[in-house]
Design a protein around this ligand. Structure first.
Ligand SMILES: [Zn+2]
Length: 109
């Protein structure tokens, strides 16, 4: 079955259009993925516990007899938000801002 030159052209064009379509689709998928990750990140940021006074996220949480250790002392903290979440659940936790020194009860702010 022989194609006329016009048919060949049309076929080529269609193929190129399809390829472009799939490329665009792939790009769109990538973009969606990035958007989703950004949204999750944003949500995590909003869940971050901040100092009510200075807004710093450099805070320490603990109660008597409970220390987060040297990582906290060094200001390297709250990586695992779940850890703080667990602390907050115990209610007796004081949170201290490492930046300005403000202290407040966990869950108060
Ligand atoms: Zn502060």
């Amino acid at each position: 079955m022989a194609l006329t030159p016009e048919q060949k052209e049309a076929w080529k064009k269609e193929k190129a259009e399809k390829e472009l379509y799939w490329q665009e689709r792939e790009k769109q998928k990538e973009q969606d993925k990035i958007d989703r990750i950004n949204k999750i990140r944003e949500r995590q940021m909003n869940n971050e516990v901040r100092c009510p006074v200075c807004g710093s996220t450099q805070i320490s949480a603990g109660n008597k007899g409970f220390g987060l250790g040297k990582a906290t002392a060094g200001g390297l903290l709250l990586g695992p938000v779940g850890l703080l979440g667990g602390l907050l659940g115990s209610k007796k936790v004081m949170v201290t801002c490492l930046n300005c020194g403000k202290q407040w009860k966990a869950g108060e702010y």
